[in-house]
Design a binder for this molecule. Structure first.
Ligand code: FE
Length: 335
């Protein structure tokens, strides 16, 4: 009798276990530093296509990293999504991510836009380029990032604060390419050309250029897209620098599988889906960014800004050299 009861107990336990795992198998939990209005359409499309539920929370990258750290093995998060390779690198460095060996991701995401250890993958590309006042500057006057330190731009350059990770990553990438000494000369020459103290965001940089307080600046193209969408008559245009050299500085928004993911298989499937054509357009177009998958075309508005050669240095360098970059900017008085 007790043997039968034991066997029945085992069967019940097995059944309830499978029901539990079945119920959970249809879900992926995402921590996202990418804003809700940019990622929710993506999750909705995925659920519609596959029936898999995507539960998510959004917050600042730093807050989510601390949350992942504090939760450790008990975290509910399967995927971590954030902007900037510097942030992805930081999460990886803190042991919060695990590698994903996926043929789909290897094929869809170029090597320079993903972590060399496959701990994270870029999913959209953000170009940080030169913007200028079309009433005051001719495209012929512009050539490279480095040239913005030329005395001819004295009192004509506007920049965003060095406290923003976008600039830290950009300077880190310069260090990777030019070395620390040469980069220091470039950034210090920029500081000498500043027309005003650095601004808190890219939009303010462009508004100051429009207002005539400066003539050139450096911004992420999607901020340009947003501003010009509101008022197409603004005397602003983008310029693609370093086209005879190493190309335009790019960064990514991307994602990685968390170290303690409870829905590993499902999370990898979602990550792979992010890299496919339909998802790539959803991921990039809502914020006027560039798809990371080179087989996918950007939104027509974005294509209208012209094509450019992008810098092929691995964006992981943005993280590796970030501390060096911050110290360098501090040394030359870039606030
Ligand atoms: Fe941004």
């Amino acid at each position: 009798m007790s043997r039968i009861r034991f066997a029945l107990g085992l069967i019940t336990a097995f059944l309830s276990l499978s029901i539990v795992s079945l119920a959970f198998a249809e879900e992926v939990v995402v921590y996202s530093a990418r804003k809700e209005h940019l990622i929710k359409p993506l999750f909705d499309a995925y659920t519609k296509e596959t029936g898999v539920k995507v539960t998510f929370i959004t917050d600042k990258a730093g807050v989510l990293v601390q949350k992942l750290k504090a939760e450790g093995k008990n975290t509910a998060a399967d995927l971590f999504i954030t902007v900037d390779a510097g942030n992805l690198w930081f999460a990886a460095k803190n042991g919060l991510l695990q590698p994903v060996e996926s043929k789909v991701l290897q094929e869809n995401i170029p090597p320079h836009l993903r972590d060399p250890q496959n701990l994270w993958f870029g999913l959209s590309v953000r170009a940080r380029t030169i913007v200028y006042n079309t009433d005051k500057v001719m495209p012929l006057d512009l050539t490279t990032y480095e040239d913005l330190g030329n005395p001819k731009w004295k009192g004509r350059l506007c920049l965003r604060t060095s406290g923003k990770v976008y600039n830290q990553s950009m300077v880190a990438m310069f260090i990777a390419e030019l070395g620390e000494e040469k980069t220091e000369l470039v950034i210090s020459s920029w500081v000498k050309n500043l027309a005003a103290a650095p601004f808190s965001n890219d939009t303010k940089v462009m508004k100051t250029i429009v207002a005539g307080q400066c003539d050139v600046g450096i911004v992420n193209t999607y901020y340009y897209g947003r501003l010009v969408k509101k008022d197409p008559s603004l005397p602003l245009a983008l310029f693609w620098p370093n086209q005879d050299g190493s190309g335009v500085h790019v960064n990514v928004s991307g994602a990685g599988l968390t170290k303690y993911a409870k829905h590993k298989k499902e999370a990898i499937k979602l990550l792979e889906w992010f890299s496919t054509e339909k998802a790539q357009n959803l991921f990039a177009d809502t914020n006027m960014e560039y798809p990371a998958n080179p087989k996918v075309k950007p939104h027509p508005t974005v294509t209208g800004w012209g094509s450019f050669k992008q810098n092929m240095i691995n964006v992981a360098k943005a993280g590796e050299l970030q501390v060096t970059a911050v110290k360098l900017m501090d040394r030359v008085g870039y606030k």
